[in-house]
Design a protein around this ligand. Structure first.
Ligand code: SER
Length: 695
């Protein structure tokens, strides 16, 4: 059975049994704290927690997922992947254990015709530390409703059969259905040990999670308002069974990519190392293609860094197949053939995806060719030795002289079986840092140490003038009790109306009595006002009146709200793949950086400008509210990745005559109505980095 048919069969089976079919959420969750969507249940978290009403009491989906914790194993084992697809059925307070177990069994044994003699069941053995009993209810259902003999049901501890989304979140005991690929029968003890050791002989096919708890920051479990079901069946694994394979990479989810790679490389019967290369390339290419199609750009941090790492690893393994120039972009067609149908978004910006992939790989090859060559010749020397080993200094030197990232070097060394000591690398790195700090000398660029002070209370969303009290003073970087007259320094207040520079918005200016505030910054939640005293000194403990420069602040607010309108119009005109990649909001102008790999035509630029102006003239209200992050995600609020958002977020929403124009998580200051912006003019549009534009 083709994988496309497995997906269709699964959804139909559950649709016929009353489930609403829900399409896959993106790999990039709106929640910026979560790097990627890691399971079918992630988009449904608010329903499990009872924070929102689900679209139906029971739903089913095929969800694209990405996990990077096992990236080093990919290609070396039969099962590990970064990108994978999870088939799932979910119940939000509707059916529970009995029906979840029976539906799963019926689907596998009756619909997919799997041999029940090869299926083994894992159940939760209980956990005395958390005061959780063994799951005798699940055992009873497997034995007495499904009719399995008790020796096919194996108990596992919480590490195997208690599932939590992460460190915190909805969780519960689970029951797993395993498939034995071998024809020779094993007994329960052997199967248990194969499962525990993660042996490739056993496929962990389907995880049925009985979600009944929420785990908090300190690890405590509280009961959810209702009992839920979250199940996850690995498409790649079921395809192994349905296609009579032994290895995920032999299925039709990977073979078209592998075949085309072999053809491109002119490889016919690849030895083991080349097979590993083919698998890594196929896996990483699927992940990178989907991430690029969702608008993510390779970068040096967070999600972008993982994308960069996937592309670099795939490219590096391509060398084993003889590729010495960019090749990955030529392999996108089979990827689209395999996963374009369930995730049609992939097809809409294919040319851009191909171009971005090519550019990133070319850059990588150019920068690192030299370093890789040097490393390759060193490896030849080392490989001829008995216990090949390379020093931390040598590894770090490759970074210093050629820019070869340490993790790429260590990956290569691990693959080659060459020993190294990670502590030695860190020591080399520390020595390097010390040296470069020493070279910088006493430039006096050290920062104020605000860490011992209490967080400042910011009241500047509502008030621009405030009576407050001085809690700390600094002259240069030294704490002082009195800052003399006509002296430059820094003031910290108990409460302040001054907005500190953050989120791209500049800091406020104004006065604190006779102290002129030239800039406001924040560090560890302490807000610091830089400036100089006038004809009078300031003293710690003194009562003062703080006054923000009102007209400057209002200009900043106009510009900040305009960035939100511009982002909304860019997405409207160019598509939802447009994402903010940076901004600078001042009193005189703003600039806005966004992901886009081509210049904007002058005509379109004028259209964008006119559209923003029409949204201004409509005098649309700007509403600001606090809400839980889950609720904000559900309302489609845009988040700027790289910002830290807490559980409670501030949402800035601009509504048009018919619907929401714009909804963003934002801590900045805004006008209350777009009409206050007045007039919007685009002065320039340029490239700011590969794949990013600036207006
Ligand atoms: N959330 C569970 C898992 O990822 C079942 O879907 O295994």
């Amino acid at each position: 059975m083709k994988s496309a048919d497995i997906r269709a069969n699964f959804l139909k089976f559950f649709e016929q049994r009353g489930h609403k079919v829900v399409s896959s959420a993106p790999l990039l969750p709106a929640d910026p704290e979560l790097l990627f969507n890691i399971a079918g249940m992630v988009p449904f978290k608010p329903y499990f927690l009872g924070e929102q009403d689900p679209p139906a009491p029971t739903v089913t989906s095929v969800q694209k997922c990405l996990r990077t914790s096992d990236i080093d194993n990919v290609g070396h084992t039969a099962r590990h992947h970064t990108f994978f697809e999870m088939l799932g059925n979910f119940s939000f307070g509707d059916y529970f254990k009995q029906q979840a177990i029976c539906l799963a069994w019926e689907f596998l044994v009756e619909q997919m015709q799997l041999d029940p003699g090869r299926l083994w069941i894992g159940i939760f053995a209980g956990d005395s530390e958390q005061d959780l009993p063994p799951d005798s209810e699940a055992r009873d259902i497997w034995e007495n409703t499904v009719g399995l003999s008790s020796d096919r049901i194996i108990e596992f501890d919480a590490s195997e059969n208690f599932w939590t989304m992460g460190d915190t979140g909805p969780c519960g005991p689970c029951s797993e259905i395993h498939y034995d690929l071998h024809d020779t029968r094993a007994d329960a003890a052997e199967i248990a040990s194969l499962i525990s050791s993660g042996d490739d002989r056993i496929l962990e096919l389907w995880n049925l999670v009985f979600m009944q708890f929420n785990r908090d920051q300190s690890g405590n479990l509280t009961k959810l308002p209702q009992q839920n079901i979250d199940t996850g069946l690995g498409l790649e694994r079921l395809a192994v069974v349905m296609q009579g394979c032994q290895n995920n990479f032999e299925t039709d989810l990977f073979q078209p990519i592998i075949c085309q790679t072999m053809q491109l490389a002119g490889v016919e019967s690849p030895p083991a190392e080349q097979q590993t290369a083919l698998r890594i390339i196929a896996d990483h290419l699927r992940a990178a293609t989907v991430l690029l199609s969702e608008g993510l750009l390779p970068g040096n941090e967070g999600r972008g860094y993982i994308l960069r790492r996937l592309i670099r690893r795939a490219s590096r393994w391509g060398r084993k197949l003889g590729f010495d120039s960019a090749f990955l972009h030529q392999l996108i067609d089979p990827v689209v053939e395999i996963i374009g149908q369930p995730y049609p978004h992939l097809k809409t910006n294919l040319a851009a995806v191909r171009q971005k992939l090519r550019r990133e790989e070319q850059q990588f090859i150019k920068i690192l060719q030299e370093a890789l060559n040097e490393l390759d010749s060193r490896l030849v020397q080392l490989n001829s030795r008995e216990n090949p080993r390379i020093s931390g200094d040598e590894i770090f030197k490759l970074y210093e002289t050629h820019g070869l990232p340490v993790e790429i070097t260590t990956e290569i060394l691990t693959d080659e079986g060459i020993q190294f000591d990670p502590d030695e690398i860190s020591a080399a790195e520390r020595r390097h840092r010390k040296r470069s700090q020493g070279q910088r000398g006493q430039a006096g660029d050290s920062q104020l140490d605000l860490s011992s002070l209490e967080s400042t209370d910011f009241v500047g969303y509502e008030q621009l003038t405030l009576d407050s009290q001085v809690v700390a003073l600094f002259q240069d970087t030294e704490p002082v009790t009195t800052l003399p007259a006509k002296t430059a320094g820094t003031v910290v207040l108990k409460q302040t109306p001054f907005y500190p520079e953050r989120g791209g918005q500049v800091g406020d200016r104004g006065t604190i009595e006779q102290f002129t505030v030239e800039d406001t910054v924040v560090s560890s939640d302490v807000i610091a006002h830089h400036g100089h005293t006038g004809s009078e000194a300031l003293t710690v403990g003194q009562s003062v009146t703080a006054r923000v420069d009102r007209s400057r602040r209002q200009s900043i607010m106009r510009h900040h709200t305009a960035t939100h309108l511009l982002q909304a119009v860019l997405r409207e005109q160019l598509g939802d793949q447009i994402m903010q990649s940076g901004s600078f909001v001042s009193s005189d102008y703003f600039r806005f950086d966004f992901t886009c790999d081509h210049p904007i035509e002058p005509d379109l630029l004028r259209t964008i400008e006119q559209r923003v102006n029409s949204l201004i003239y409509q005098q649309n209200p700007v509403e600001i509210s606090q809400m839980s992050r889950q609720q904000a995600d559900a309302e489609g609020a845009l988040a700027f990745f790289g910002e830290h958002y807490g559980e409670e977020v501030r949402v800035v929403k601009i509504s048009g005559p018919e619907d929401n124009l714009s909804c963003e998580l934002c801590g900045g200051t805004h006008v209350t109505n777009t009409g206050f912006i007045g007039l919007f003019v685009i002065t320039n549009e340029t490239s700011v980095a590969a794949g990013a534009r600036r207006i």
